[in-house]
Design a protein around this ligand. Structure first.
Ligand code: DC
Length: 233
């Protein structure tokens, strides 16, 4: 029998590499991957679609509560929002600009945490585990996760990664703007009152500035006592 992956919580700053690493890790462990940022993005996208003001906390909370989300693919590239598949529309510059303020709303966070815990529970039952990535996974969503990782990298490295990603997707991008946006989102994410971005005391800190995705994945697998292909060592 293959060993269960269990719950793996990865938190970190914008473009610290957590999504690419988490997705690859989940692939090797044979369990689903969920980047929880996609859920805050979905609420933001819906608010923009329905012309709900980003300043209206009550309306945003109602929107979150009325929007059940489900995993759609194991790689977490898309999400099912009330049965509708969403992916690329959640990664536009407009959603980027509004998502941090939306994620400061406590009512929105409460509902996202509730939904994330229920997704984790189902994934553990059906697939033996989940790799969940975000800002508050190790501290709030899954405080009993089997392994917690906190990823960081220098602002310049992170902005360059995000810039290259946008260019590769054929999106317009300006490096200085990307850097300013990343710094501003980091500030909002780590200074907000409700569950700010923070390293859990029992999380393993990984500075990815000078590491490739493969090297980061290898270090995490080593921590888990696994071989490079994800199998038990
Ligand atoms: O990782 P990302 O850029 O897709 O996240 C989008 C926003 O959502 C980011 O500004 C912080 C917020 N977020 C959060 O507050 N908590 C999470 N668990 C995940 C994302």
């Amino acid at each position: 029998m293959t060993q269960r992956a269990g719950t793996i919580a990865i938190d970190g700053q914008v473009a610290s590499g957590k999504t690419a690493v988490g997705r690859e890790l989940a692939r090797r462990l044979g369990c689903p991957f969920l980047d929880t940022g996609i859920m805050y993005r979905a609420v933001t996208w819906l608010a923009l679609q329905e012309a709900v003001s980003i300043d209206n906390s009550d309306a945003l909370t109602q929107l979150a509560q009325g929007t059940p989300m489900q995993l759609n693919d194991l790689e977490g590239r898309t999400i099912l929002l009330g049965g509708r598949e969403l992916g690329p529309e959640l990664r536009t510059a407009e959603v980027d600009r509004h998502v941090s303020p939306v994620s400061t709303v406590s009512g929105v966070r409460r509902d996202m945490v509730r939904q994330q815990r229920s997704i984790a529970e189902r994934s553990c039952q059906d697939m033996g585990g989940i790799v969940m990535v975000g800002r508050d996974i190790g501290t709030v969503v899954l405080p009993d996760a089997g392994l917690k990782v906190f990823m960081t990298a220098s602002p310049e490295v992170r902005a360059r990664r995000r810039y290259d990603e946008l260019i590769a997707q054929g999106m317009p991008a300006d490096y200085d703007e990307v850097l300013a946006n990343a710094l501003s989102r980091d500030r909002i994410d780590s200074q907000r009152k409700d569950s700010p971005l923070a390293q859990a005391p029992d999380a393993f800190l990984l500075d990815t500035s000078d590491l490739t995705i493969e090297q980061v994945v290898a270090r995490i697998l080593e921590r888990l006592g696994r071989k490079a292909d994800g199998s038990a060592a």
